[in-house]
Ligand binder design. Structure first.
Ligand code: SF4
Length: 117
């Protein structure tokens, strides 16, 4: 089966076509570097993404604090992660890179602030 991917590892965004059989890659074209190959292999196995979002904050200049995961998490866990983050409200003052939630959704990945507020 031929599958198509857009590599999200760098801003070039190579369009990659992969001929695969289950989780085995038979051929690949369109990737400009080896990182694209690694990306596609991971996509076939378990798509992973860094989640960038916001959580509520009390006592700050703005109502929402920008946050992200400190590592990629399985894409399939993003909806439940968003549900968990919707229940959170932090208090100002928060420093950039402060851990807001440890081990979000049992992933062993932390949610960190991406700005001081
Ligand atoms: S294949 Fe390489 S050059 Fe192309 S988008 Fe991915 S990381 Fe960038």
């Amino acid at each position: 089966m031929i599958k198509h991917f857009t590599c999200v590892i760098c801003p070039i965004g190579c369009e990659i076509d992969v001929e695969e059989n289950g989780d085995k890659v038979i051929s690949m074209k369109g990737n400009k570097c080896a990182r694209g190959k690694e990306f596609v292999i991971q996509e076939l196995k378990e798509p992973m993404r860094v989640l960038t979002t916001t959580v509520r904050i009390k006592g700050a200049e703005f109502n929402m604090l920008p946050v992200r995961t400190d590592k990629p998490i399985p894409k399939r866990l993003i909806p439940i992660t968003m549900e968990d983050l919707a229940k959170i409200e932090v208090n100002a003052h928060v420093k950039m890179y402060k851990v807001i939630v440890k081990n979000i959704a049992g992933t062993k990945v932390n949610i960190i602030a991406t700005r001081s507020m």
